[in-house]
Every structure is written in structure tokens, then in C-alpha cells.
Write a protein that binds this ligand. Structure first.
Ligand code: ASP
Ligand code: MG
Length: 417
């Protein structure tokens, strides 16, 4: 069996969904699992709905209306007004969400977030499943909330492997044609919706691939594969035809956004090859990520993360920045769900760099300011260059106001304004 993941860009409008149908028809074997993201930028839009609603700003309804219209428009273009159109079901899905928002606004933010944002994947799979069936491709649809089981860490569910293995192996059968399910979303054993973290659909595909011990996992994207840098940001980016699991994890860890960093581990366990391929140019070979890669990547790879916050912490009692303090800081930051991108210590300071998230930032400050004096800068960028060369550093860092540099033999990182 092969697991195929289709990202948001591959189903962003009616034309893209028609293209997906032609890929499924001509390139996908009869035994496969399709894992889908939400259409286009739906997740971002639903994130806006979430924050507006949580702030009790009535504009959320308008924004949700926009999301509904986007989806019903695609239904109209794909199905016309025929009886096969899932348009009414899509409308119901979003109006149910609207009722749910009114009812559950007082949940914890993360739980509320998952309840709202997960609707994007439910809508996209509904539309695509119907369209494939409409075109004569038999597909069985599965609810990810019932087959991918996590604990109740909302917005970052941790997989319950035993339960998930059980559910997937009893539901997905080898000779039953094509299955379709949602990426990114999952459920607890109590039936609550969780999500796996932004861009989590890749990870969903890897979890399913691992449990089915699939022959390969294929991620269909709007780019040809893994590049040495984001081709949209850097014009010297080149495609990497073959990358080891390890290097892929490293690039992902530093923030390369091609695949979700957690994707690799479940695949590496059974040496399942991961292909990244473009749905726009499906004849191109793309990137193969696997274990038997002997040649390490030698060219400089650049990873840029924006919206960074750099925070320096000093113990109020002016003690040294000893292990006890470091331990406290890391525990407090972890407790609010912030992930540290870079960390540097000196005699009396610890400096951390992390993605700025408005909802996690305030609780984090409250926890830390009890013991530490805090200074921070927002709106920064973090550039990581692996296999760096002096020329590459000059090219990219010239005229930048650098606040922090961290360097090892292979990797150099800059936080700058
Ligand atoms: N739709 C989710 C997101 O945009 C998950 C994914 O696409 O992987 O983050
Ligand atoms: Mg996506």
C-alpha cells in the first residue's frame, strides 16, 4: 500500500481538484490511502475565526462566512447544481461549526482552536471524496478523529500508538481500493477533536504509513521537492534529489517548511521511503528521502524563520545561570507550548529565541517574571545556514542588524532585525 498526502495548495480550487483527480486516475495504484489537508489557506482563515471568536469579536461570523463561501463556490464549479454536489453538506458543516462556536467559546483556547480549525479538513475531504466518486473512482472515506488517536494535548496531540495501530489495522484493508482521510486532525479516546500542530498532515501520512508498513509515502506539493532553501525566498535555491532521513530532520528542526519535522521518525523505523513530488509537474522525479543515502548534502542550505522573539532572562537574585535556572526556564516555556528555536547562555543570562505566538506569550511572561528579569525583542528573523561558506554568509547577512550569532563547524545561525 502507498500513502499519498495532498497539501492545501493541491486542492485550493476547482481546477486543482480536477488535477488531483487526474493524478489519482493515472498515477495512483488501486490500493492507496489519500491524506488531505484543508483547501488552500483555509487553516489560516479558521485560525482568524478562532482568535476573533475567542476575543468575543463578532467579526468571526463574517470570516467564517468567507470560508463557507470559498468552499461552496468550489462545489458549484465542480458539480454545478446537480444532486451529487456536497454543497448543502458543506454548508451544514460550517453552520454546525457556527453553533458550536457560540456554545463553546469558553473552552480553553487550545481545545477551542482544535474544535474550530479541524473543520477545514472535514470540508476538503468531503468535497474531494465526492468529486472522485462523481468521476467514477471508488473511494472509502475514513474519519481521522476515529483512526488517529492522541492524548488530550490540544493543538499538539501526542499519538497513542497502541490505540491508533489497533484502529488503523482493523479499518484499512489491503484490497479495498482507495481510502481518503483527513490529515492534521485526530481524536482522543473520549471522542474529542485534537490536531497535530500546523502542517501536521505530513505527520498523519507518516503515522498511517508506519502502521500499514507501506511501500512508500508520497507527499504532493506545489514545489518539485526539497530545496537547499525556500525557492520563493531565495533565488539561488537548488533541488536536492536525495536526502537522508537525518538531514531532513535537521533541516526541518531548523524550520525548513517543506515537510513537518515529526514526519520522519515513523518512516525511518521501517525504512519507508518518502517522496516529495509536485502535483504541477508530476513527471519530475522530485526528492527521495531515505536511509541509504551515502552522499551528504554539501551545498549551503538556508532556512529562514520570521516572527521571532528573542528573550534574555536574568535571575532576579543575580545568581549564575546555573542548571537549576535553565531547568526552570525550559519547563516554564514548555508548559505554555512554546518551542525554543535557539538557546544561548552566559554567566548570568540565558537567551532564547522562539516563534512569537500572542496567546502563548502572555502566560509565558507571567510564569517567568516571578524569578527572572526579562528583556525581549519581537519581529526578528532567524536564519540558519548549514554547510555555510564565507561567501554565502556575506551574501545573505550584509547590512543586517545582527543581534545574536551561533556557530558550529557545520551550521551558523543569525538572529537579526
Ligand atoms: N491544514 C493544516 C495546516 O495548514 C495542516 C496541513 O496542511 O498539513 O497547517
Ligand atoms: Mg498545508
Amino acid at each position: 500500500m502507498i500513502v499519498h498526502k495532498f497539501g492545501g495548495a493541491s486542492i485550493k480550487d476547482a481546477e486543482s481538484i480536477r488535477n488531483l483527480e487526474s493524478i489519482v486516475r493515472s498515477r495512483i495504484e488501486p490500493n492507496a490511502v489519500l491524506v488531505l489537508s484543508a483547501m488552500g489557506k483555509t487553516t489560516n482563515m479558521l485560525e482568524t475565526v478562532t482568535s476573533l471568536a475567542y476575543a468575543e469579536n463578532n467579526k468571526w461570523a463574517e470570516k467564517l462566512n468567507e470560508v463557507t463561501q470559498y468552499h461552496t463556490e468550489v462545489c458549484k464549479l465542480l458539480f454545478g447544481i446537480g444532486k451529487h454536489s456536497p454543497e448543502d453538506e458543506v454548508k451544514t458543516l460550517f453552520s454546525e461549526l457556527s453553533k458550536k462556536i457560540n456554545r463553546t467559546i469558553k473552552l480553553s483556547y487550545n481545545k477551542f482552536y482544535d474544535a474550530v480549525v479541524s473543520t477545514g479538513e472535514l470540508a476538503s475531504t468531503l468535497i474531494v471524496e465526492r468529486y472522485l466518486s462523481h468521476c467514477g473512482i471508488k473511494v472509502t472515506s475514513l474519519k481521522a478523529t476515529e483512526i488517529i488517536i492522541t492524548d488530550n494535548t490540544y493543538r499538539e496531540g501526542k499519538i497513542n500508538w497502541e490505540e491508533t495501530t489497533d484502529r488503523i489495522s482493523t479499518t484499512i484493508k489491503e484490497d479495498n481500493g482507495i481510502y481518503i482521510t483527513q490529515g492534521f486532525i485526530a481524536g482522543t479516546t473520549d471522542g474529542e477533536v485534537t490536531t497535530l500542530g500546523r502542517e501536521g498532515s505530513d505527520f498523519s501520512a507518516a503515522v498511517i504509513g508506519n502502521i500499514l508498513k507501506s511501500k512508500e509515502v508520497r507527499i504532493w506539493k506545489d514545489v518539485d521537492g526539497l530545496y537547499s532553501a525556500d525557492p520563493k525566498l531565495f533565488n539561488d535555491a537548488v533541488l536536492l534529489p536525495r536526502v537522508s532521513y537525518r538531514e531532513c530532520v535537521e533541516l526541518g528542526y531548523y524550520g525548513a517548511r517543506v515537510i513537518h519535522p515529526r514526519t520522519i521518525l515513523p518512516l525511518r523505523r521501517y525504512a519507508i521511503p518518502l517522496y516529495i513530488q509536485s502535483f504541477k509537474t508530476p513527471d519530475n522525479p522530485g526528492t527521495l528521502i531515505c536511509s541509504h543515502n551515502t552522499e551528504p548534502v554539501k551545498i549551503p542550505c538556508l532556512i529562514l524563520k520570521n516572527k521571532q522573539c528573542l528573550m534574555t532572562l536574568t535571575p532576579k537574585d543575580l545568581g549564575f545561570m546555573a542548571e537549576e535556572y535553565v531547568e526552570i526556564i525550559i519547563a516554564e516555556i514548555k508548559a505554555v507550548g512554546v518551542r525554543i528555536n535557539l538557546l544561548q547562555s552566559s554567566a548570568v543570562n540565558l537567551t532564547v529565541c522562539f516563534d512569537f505566538d500572542e496567546y502563548r506569550f502572555k502566560p509565558m511572561i507571567r510564569r517567568l517574571e516571578k524569578t527572572f528579569e526579562l528583556r525581549y525583542n519581537n519581529g526578528l528573523s532567524l536564519l540558519t545556514i548549514s554547510n555555510y561558506t564565507p561567501q554565502c554568509i556575506n551574501e545573505h547577512m550584509e547590512n543586517k542588524n545582527i543581534l545574536l550569532t551561533q556557530q558550529s563547524r557545520k551550521i551558523i545561525r543569525f538572529v537579526y532585525q
